[in-house]
Design a protein around this ligand. Sequence first.
Ligand code: CUA
Length: 336
Amino acid sequence: MRRQGQLDHSRIPVAPLLATAALGGCSGIQSVHHAAGPHAGAIGTIGLVMYAGAAIIFVLVMGLTAWALLAPPDRRGWLSRPAVVPIGGVIFPLVVLTALLTYGLAIASKLSRPAPADALQIEVVGEQFWWRVIYRDPDGGPAFETANEIHIPVGQPVSFILKSADVIHSFWVPALGGKLDMIPGRANAFVLEAAREGVYRGQCAEYCGDQHALMAFDVVADAPENFATWREGAASAAAVPDAGDIQDGKAIFLAAGCGACHAIRGTEASGTLGPDLTHVGSRRMLAAGVLPNNIASLSAWIVRAQEIKPGSRMPSFDIFSEAELDALSAYLVSLK
Ligand code: CUA
């Protein structure tokens, strides 16, 4: 007899749950099947050709197997001729694999073309468990640092330089392209391009520790004029409203020592261990794609970071009064 409260596993609809879990990765802003740029499009096409080819060959082999087992003896005799083995077992795979290899290499050579010399360069550094984002200035635009959210202009190839500060991570934005590892001591580079405006979710794709699964980010593809405006703002120092509680929050931030790890340009806070918070209020998400960005989740993150992302480098700071926490969170959210 089952104990009360015990789960009856036979009644859990395993197949639909598995299908839901498997298909959950196929929709929306983090999907290889919703390509939003030429690189992801090419990879999607290779995928479709491979799936279709594999399906045709599977049906062919199953059909021949059924024929060999079930057809009348006088009609299946040709399957036991000596020539069938070298044709089906050597020549056919050789032709198919050579064709696939040639096709795959042709597309791969298009994917690995370097960006134009004046392309926007963005350096992304994988850290346990977030993304440091550094805009360089080969195109004459301002250089600055931000975190966990990457803006790019639509319709322009962008050169990504990928590094790691600790262990191996992997940078993957399924809707924009393939994944590339971030390896300590190396700089890997590739090009991504968004063909239409939108928000595309990226995810660390190499197990890197306890919070690997909670290491996500957003790529926001803006129209070029909106991107220029965003970049201008993101490169500027923090502007703080005059409101009293927000000024209080700034004082608390500096007094509590948050600036030892975090930088807020325009203040004394210049730490480099954690994410740059100069415009943290303008980001969509907090804690590397984990929490929606608002005062409530910011407060929760400050007080309970080690419960939300155990093992991350952000300690839980349960040291503030309610009023102090409110002011601190209001200050950070005001940093647009
Ligand atoms: Cu970083 Cu997995």
